[in-house]
Design a binder for this molecule. Structure first.
Ligand code: ATP
Length: 378
């Protein structure tokens, strides 16, 4: 059987009928006045899962986290964590902790005191506090920085202090609101791996809110793509990317070409789509469609092949090189078809010297396999 993506995942309780969810949102709605920020949303998250809520600004991600943390109350519906209904339980009594994007560190306190603060408030004994602080500092590899103040640390180190502080209380669920948003790109990539390793080591359930799809893809076991207070799809990263259920998900996660068209003919395993761009697409049929039905064909840029010479066969398009961008690992081409439509192609630079030489305004030919893209009806 062909699988999506190249990572074999051994952790997948969501497909195991014997495992039950650790956290459940059951028909949760949150209204602010007559505005519905979260709309009748149901979701199950499993113990030790790294779960990401991904969606555009204002889609309700933070509201969902805030309801779980107890900072907001659902207008209707239930949140059940580890068998316990969270209704009426104040934030400080919930077994969850939240790490904010701003980190909210106390500037006048040392790293050690920042971490100990929450534990002191819980009236934990001095010895135990010292043990916990030492343990989490070790976990985030900041043992040598315990006496520093936040302004004597780099952005990445501050992020780790905030993480250590939120882990010190040993929450059952750690909530991360844009956890790496304040870091620059390079540091963010390094920190992503550290965060993933740490979560793996701790087995704590992490729920992260982000609008950065790469971050969600790198870190999460599963991603929920949200829009307008609803969840559109919940799946592991490779499934979200390679098998999006809707145009919104395909478009929101990664780059995509969308061809609109009408089904002209269909057999049991193949469908021919007459696109509005004037060319036909022959595609694998993976959803039920009817002749005459309006559909979209979504195709990731790296699934297309580009050539300087005419190509034959099905699924060939011809146009003019409109834009080229060299990114190092890939080169991105925008090919303008004679109809004016732009087709995006990403060519992987698998060798240092490319056999393909194209420049602006050259004629170019693109093609793709029948199973390269997806037929979508919504
Ligand atoms: P972002 O990525 O920008 O943080 P988000 O997906 O986290 O966005 P939320 O903060 O959950 O979005 O907000 C969802 C919607 O609810 C937004 O339209 C927001 O304006 C609205 N909203 C959130 N809190 C309140 C509030 N206290 N009163 C009124 N409207 C609110």
């Amino acid at each position: 059987m062909k699988s999506l993506g190249s990572i074999r995942r051994d952790f997948a309780p969501w497909i195991d009928p014997a495992s039950s969810p650790f956290l459940q949102f059951e028909g949760v709605t949150k209204r602010f006045g007559d505005f519905e920020a979260v709309d009748d949303l149901s979701l199950s998250i499993f113990e030790s899962e790294f779960f990401a809520l991904l969606g555009p600004s204002g889609c309700g991600k933070s509201t969902l986290l805030r309801m779980l943390a107890g900072f907001e109350m659902p207008t209707s519906g239930r949140i059940v964590l580890d068998g316990e209904d969270m209704a009426g339980i104040p934030p400080y009594r919930r077994p969850v902790n939240m790490m904010f994007q701003s980190y909210a560190l106390f500037p006048h306190m040392s790293v050690k005191k920042n971490i100990a603060f929450g534990l002191k408030q819980e009236r934990m004994g001095k010895g135990e506090i010292a043990d916990r602080v030492e343990q989490v500092l070790k976990l985030v590899k900041l043992e040598d920085y315990a006496r520093r103040k936040p302004d004597q640390l780099s952005g990445g180190q501050r992020q780790r202090v905030a993480l250590a502080r939120s882990l010190a209380k040993r929450p059952k669920v750690l909530l991360l609101d844009e956890p790496l948003g304040a870091l620059d790109k390079k540091l963010r990539e390094e920190t992503q791996f550290e965060l993933a390793d740490l979560q793996h080591e701790l087995h704590t359930t992490f729920i992260m809110v982000t609008h950065d799809q790469e971050e969600a893809m790198t870190l999460a076991d599963r991603i929920a793509v949200m829009d307008k207070g609803r969840i559109l799809q919940v799946a592991p990263p490779a499934e979200i990317y390679e098998a999006p259920k809707s145009r919104f998900v395909a478009d929101f996660v990664g780059n995509v070409n969308v061809f609109e068209g009408t089904v002209r003919s269909a057999t049991s395993d193949r469908v021919t789509i007459e696109t509005t761009g004037g060319f036909d697409i022959v595609a694998e049929r993976d959803v039920p469609v009817e002749i005459g039905q309006t559909v979209s064909y979504v195709l990731r840029p790296e699934k297309l092949k580009i050539a300087a010479e005419p190509l034959s066969g099905a699924n060939v398009m011809e146009g003019e090189v409109w834009d080229i961008a060299y990114f190092g690992p890939v080169t991105s081409f925008h090919i303008r078809l004679d109809t004016g439509a732009i087709v995006k192609v990403a060519m992987v630079n698998a060798t240092r010297q490319s056999p393909l030489q194209l420049t602006w305004h050259d004629r170019a030919f693109v093609t793709f396999d029948e199973d390269a893209g997806l037929v979508l009806t919504q």
